[in-house]
Write a protein that binds this ligand. Sequence first.
Ligand code: UGA
Length: 442
Amino acid sequence: MTLRITVIGCGYLGATHAASMAELGFEVLGLDVDEAKVESLTEARVPFFEPGLEPMLRKHVESGRLQFTTSYAEAAAFGDIHFLCVSTPQRDGELAADLSHLEAAVDSLSPLLDRSCLVVGKSTVPVGTATRLAARIREVAPAAEEARLAWNPEFLREGYAVDDTLHPDRLVFGLPREHDGVAEAALREVYAEPIASGTPVVLADLATAELAKAAANSFLATKISFINAMAELCEATGGDVAVLADAIGHDPRIGRKFLNAGLGFGGGCLPKDIRGFMARAGELGAGDALTFLREVDAINERRRKRVVDMAADLVDRPWPSAKVAVLGAAFKPDSDDIRDSPALNVAGRLHLFGAAVTVHDPQAMENARRSWPTLRYADSVVEACRGAHVVLVLTEWQQFTEVDPGMLAEVVAVPSVVDGRNCLDPEVWRAAGWAYRALGRP
Ligand code: UGA
């Protein structure tokens, strides 16, 4: 009999996971406490932008293989495997992660688990959480020892979520140190297809599986801040950080990926994960091990100020009489996610200085408008740039990198541009008459 899978929490991670599990052939029930989200997903509408997700969702909703609910009782009765995909954001006013959604999910589900099943955590959590939750489930669930817990951290990137789920680089199965093999067998069954096509499986204890996620995101954040620190040195010496990244990136031990200098990292993961990791290390008495992440965070924060300063250098008038075009609101291209968006952070600062800031983004306008209602918004690049004294390219959408600088020079008041993502060709823009500035480049 095919496994029946529930996915608890249907945000970016959960909705993608649910549709992908259906794509792999399982019967899937997605659960979310947000009725509007459940209604939208039931009608095969993805409530956020993720390339490739909607057609896959529609296919399986229409075939009946994928359904959604708000009822834990239904989920508990349905599932052989329950994936926990709820968000673990940063706590207000603290570095640590807020586990309230995760704990609420476990508390709602556990008392209803009355037969053999596996709960699989995918959310990013402070190390130690899985062991604690496993004990709680065992204690509360009528199925007791037959309600098992495993941790299977998620490494998907927004914008590539479908592909990353169906063809992951690796699968990490975190299992209690002494286990009877049932949970491992179930996970191997779930991921039989990617495993058969060569995806490596790393077996780990629960703590190591939790650490794997925090360590991966910390490494990626460190890599970005490293190249951004090099950009600061390039600015001090007249070097070119884009060439430097190529020069070191050809070394396969270093690798060119995630060495794009610019405005730095944002989003719902990297910033809060490095902070949560530092907070947890401190609680464990191992804070010294991660003090370098404070520097990683500080370098990243400095990028935002640097872009504002660069724009100020280019603008020949006080901010209250300046028009600024900001191209980009999402924290990265191919996403409508504006959580901790570096682009909106810069736009917000300039707005507070009194500039008239007009933002355009191909997908994130609605989200941006909701969170930053005092900024102006334009429906196209040209409209955002009309009459601007400086243009800031802050998210590297293809629509922006392909824009014709000659045409745009006709629209702006002053042809000056800050390339916050090192994504434009300086020679082409300068040849079209633009004053061009970028982080870490002459
Ligand atoms: C990140 C990780 O890459 C995923 O592996 C992980 O699963 C996910 O967090 C998560 O924890 O859920 P994501 O937040 O989608 O994925 O975004 P990334 O592609 O990692 O980009 C993060 C930020 O770094 C973006 O703001 C991007 O513009 C910036 N970045 C990326 C750079 O500034 N330079 C680079 O070279 C690469």
